[in-house]
Design a protein around this ligand. Structure first.
Ligand code: TTP
Ligand code: MG
Length: 358
């Protein structure tokens, strides 16, 4: 069977790179995008200049400040990051219809059937990097391999401005020496558990039986068994997997007051919008779910002509949705909010104006 050709693209210091592009005075300087110190904020990301001081994503801004007092702290500008994200997805779509964004700044591309660049995935990755630089002024790293797991690891190997290939004959050897903490899909908690079981590297993982792994890690056991052998059959999926993004909450004590219910729904909506933003998506349909104290559940939804965001009057939409419900009269034990009908991404990217930085 012929191997797939998968590219994983991940932008370098994405938010920080956009800031340095748009503000020349920030270039070559340690900059931190995220919360300011003294606000209990955290670092979303930082420039490579700041990483030299040991600063990294998710660290508290206070700690970052102590490590590098001269660092420049910048409030995130999500609109700018989304715009850059749209542009890179537009570029991906020029090379393959089969691409799967994982977040604003990264995506898998399946270029198995792409005949440009003499069919060389490495040359295609190079061309994509060049096009990204030309059209967005930003630098990306690319990993090339025969499955998603290895392509993702590869994009991290040579950062920043990386281009790294793991060829089919290198895959197994490559995984052998890799620390399990570097495996995509093995987070901090799983890493700790593996260490406790004496599993430190891909080689150690490969020594474990499938039944042992399933016994200790449940469903993920099969995935760990496969990746320790550099096997990953997951296809690049360009269909939006989640048809909706939702959050819900069950109250410790039932609530009844109309104003309180609106307030709770607003909070849930904010959380759902944040989730949506993290996925780089827009939604036009808002659905609310109400479970009364007798466990009877109803939903109400409304689809707008424009994307739902904080910029629109969500309170009046929520008020309207509550009109034909028993809210205010009956006790409520659970509320939920879901956002759906995402924009057709490809269509949107094609509609965007492209601009050149060169
Ligand atoms: P990453 O790709 O993880 O990081 P990065 O692009 O900043 O740096 P690298 O060169 O190592 O790829 O994440 C992409 C963006 O997502 C990042 O610029 C900011 C945002 N982000 C957060 O807001 N919080 C986080 O904890 C992480 C990891 C990222
Ligand atoms: Mg990145």
């Amino acid at each position: 069977m012929a191997h797939r050709k998968i590219i994983h693209i991940d932008m370098d210091a994405f938010f920080a790179a956009v800031e340095q592009r748009d503000h020349p005075e920030y270039r070559n300087k340690p900059i931190i995008v995220g919360g300011k110190p003294d606000t209990r904020g955290v670092v979303a990301t930082c420039s490579y200049e700041a990483r030299k001081f040991g600063i990294h994503s998710a660290m508290s801004s206070d700690r970052a400040y102590r490590l590098c007092p001269q660092a420049i702290f910048i409030k995130p500008r999500f609109e700018a990051y989304k715009e850059a994200s749209c542009l890179i997805r537009q570029i991906f779509s020029e090379y393959t219809e089969l691409f799967e964004p994982l977040s604003l700044d990264e995506a898998y591309l399946d270029v198995s059937h792409n005949l440009s660049c003499r069919g060389s995935a490495t040359l295609i990755a190079k061309a994509i990097k060049q096009s990204i630089l030309q059209k967005t002024g930003l630098v990306a790293s690319a990993g090339i391999s025969y499955n998603k797991f290895l392509a993702k690891i590869a994009s991290d190997m040579d950062k920043p401005n990386g281009l790294y290939l793991i060829a089919p004959e290198q895959g197994e050897q490559f995984v052998k020496t890799l620390a399990v903490g570097k495996f995509h899909g093995i987070g901090k908690a799983t890493e700790k558990k593996m260490h406790a079981l004496g599993i430190k590297t891909g080689w150690d993982l490969k020594q474990q039986s499938l039944s042992f792994l399933i016994q200790n890690f449940g469903k993920a056991g099969q995935y760990f068994y496969n990746i320790s052998r550099a096997i990953d059959h997951r296809a690049v999926n360009n269909h939006r997997k989640s048809k909706s993004v939702g959050v819900e909450t069950t109250f410790q004590a039932d609530i009844k007051e109309h104003a309180e219910i609106i307030r709770q729904l607003q909070q849930l909506l904010e959380k759902a919008l944040k989730k949506l933003q993290d996925k780089g998506l827009n939604a036009k349909t808002l659905t609310i779910k109400i479970k009364y104290d007798d466990f009877v559940q109803i939903t109400r939804s409304r689809t707008l002509a424009i994307s739902i965001s904080k910029a629109i009057d969500t309170t009046s939409i929520l008020e309207n949705l509550l009109k034909n419900t028993a809210v205010g009269q009956r006790k409520v034990r659970l509320l939920g909010v879901a956002l759906s009908s995402f924009d057709n991404q490809l269509l949107n990217y094609r509609q965007m104006d492209l601009f050149d930085y060169t």
